[in-house]
Ligand binder design. Structure first.
Ligand code: NAD
Ligand code: TYD
Length: 380
């Protein structure tokens, strides 16, 4: 690949996008990195304060659904790589407002694809040296069951992965070949966008890549998602709304490890391939919540576990997927990526970051968001 590249990263002001933008701006001084973001409630330029003055970085406020504006940008900036993260990303919001998810995630992705196609096909070299890399989720695969080997109560150690040792809550995993079976409006909209990306490769020969990652955690995550929401609530001694019995299982990856995987795959991944990204790190919600409570308590100088009584079981999420578990063996084997952090280390780092960055949190959780949050959780 060329040493000079003009890359658009969509959704760069969001949680994962901001880590990807930071990594690329720091690591590739010769690249021209354009962060394209509409700045919805989830977009926050404060996430990128440390790199905002850099000469290889530019922010452009734009809606991914605005075909004309994006087509113009492709031409003006001679874009040869698109790394697409912009999306509506919260399952609870998708249950309340599925239309916005279809519009942004499906139509927005299609709009980017069509503009990229028109621009790249107009060039003499056409698709040579170009990349359209779409970031998706493991949630498109649906939900795994909690089956386990005869006589062994989950979690059990398994050798089903390339990692040396990990605990699993079921015998099956999501593989790149697992059939799509999305359940929530969020995952259905992401599945729709994934299909369009693959269709642009199969129909027009666009050099596309899709990756499906497990749940991310780390700094700069919007505090409507489990981990930052609960850290903030524990700090303020507000109730912790645990959906259902807290038995659902999620597979957690530190966000900087996801950003490193995106870097490796953007540069070395094979066109038209799919890669699963995950750290073989399954947790029941209630177990992770207990770890978070203990860590916050300890770092705030409270008695460890003192805030356990904030746990409040509430009505379950509609259609709540039981278990996600990613098998990322293909990525580890073919491209040599592996997670850098043990979960305990990652959680410590994450809790510390939120406690040290109260101003960032307070700016988000005041004003309009406060009203939205009350509305969202009314009756729970
Ligand atoms: P996020 O909600 O934190 O950020 C989304 C960003 O997209 C925001 O900056 C927002 O302003 C921007 N955006 C939304 N609609 C837009 C539009 N119409 N035009 C331009 N920008 C728009 O999301 P995230 O958690 O960082 O997720 C990023 C991507 O990674 C998403 O595609 C998501 O599906 C995927 N993903 C997330 C996770 C996770 O655990 N968070 C896991 C796997 C995959
Ligand atoms: P979330 O962070 O919304 O991610 P996702 O739905 O994409 O997995 O939720 C993670 C898990 O935590 C999920 O099983 C739902 C649960 N959850 C709660 O129990 N209470 C909450 O307040 C939230 C936001 C999530």
């Amino acid at each position: 690949m060329a040493s000079k590249r003009n890359i658009v990263i969509t959704g760069g002001a969001g949680f994962i996008g901001s880590h990807v933008v930071r990594l690329f701006v720091n690591k590739y001084p010769d690249y021209n990195i354009i962060n394209l973001d509409k700045l919805t409630y989830a977009g926050n330029l404060a996430n990128l304060k440390d790199i905002e003055g850099r000469t290889n970085y530019k922010f452009v406020k734009m809606d991914i659904c605005d075909f004309d504006a994006f087509y113009q940008l492709m031409q003006d900036e001679k874009i040869d790589g698109v790394i697409h993260l912009a999306a509506e990303s919260h399952v609870d919001r998708s249950i309340k407002d599925p239309f916005t998810f279809a519009k942004t995630n499906v139509m927005g992705t299609l709009s980017l694809l069509q503009a990229a196609k028109l621009y790249w096909e107009s060039l003499p070299e056409k698709y040579e040296g170009k990349r359209f890399y779409h970031i998706s989720t493991d949630e498109v695969y649906g939900a795994l069951s909690m089956t386990h080997p005869e006589g062994i109560e989950p979690p059990f150690s398994t050798t089903a992965s390339s990692s040396e040792h990990h605990l699993a809550y079921g015998e099956d995993f999501f593989y790149e070949t697992t059939k799509y079976n999305p359940h929530s409006p969020y995952s259905a909209s992401k599945a729709g966008s994934d299909h369009f990306v693959r269709a642009f490769h199969d129909t027009y020969g666009m050099p596309t890549i899709v990756t499906n990652c497990s749940n991310n955690y780390g700094p700069y995550q919007f505090p409507e998602k489990l981990i930052p929401l609960f850290i903030n609530n524990i700090r303020h001694r507000k109730p912790l709304p645990v959906y259902g019995k807290g038995e659902n299982v999620r597979d957690w990856l530190f966000v900087e490890d996801h950003a490193r995987a995106i870097d490796v795959i953007f540069h070395n991944g094979k066109v038209a391939e799919t890669y699963n990204i995950g750290g073989f790190n399954e947790w029941k919600n209630i177990d992770i919540i207990k770890v978070v409570i203990k860590t916050v308590d300890r770092l705030l100088g409270r008695r460890e576990g003192e805030d356990m009584d904030l746990i409040t079981y509430v009505t379950d999420r509609l259609g709540h997927d039981a278990r996600y578990a990613i098998d990322s063996t293909k990525l580890q084997r073919e491209l040599g990526w592996e997670p850098s952090l043990q979960f305990e280390e990652g959680i410590e780092k994450t809790v510390k970051w939120y406690l040290d960055n109260q101003e960032w949190m307070d700016n988000i959780t005041s004003g309009d968001y406060e009203k939205y949050y009350e509305e969202m959780y009314k009756g729970k």
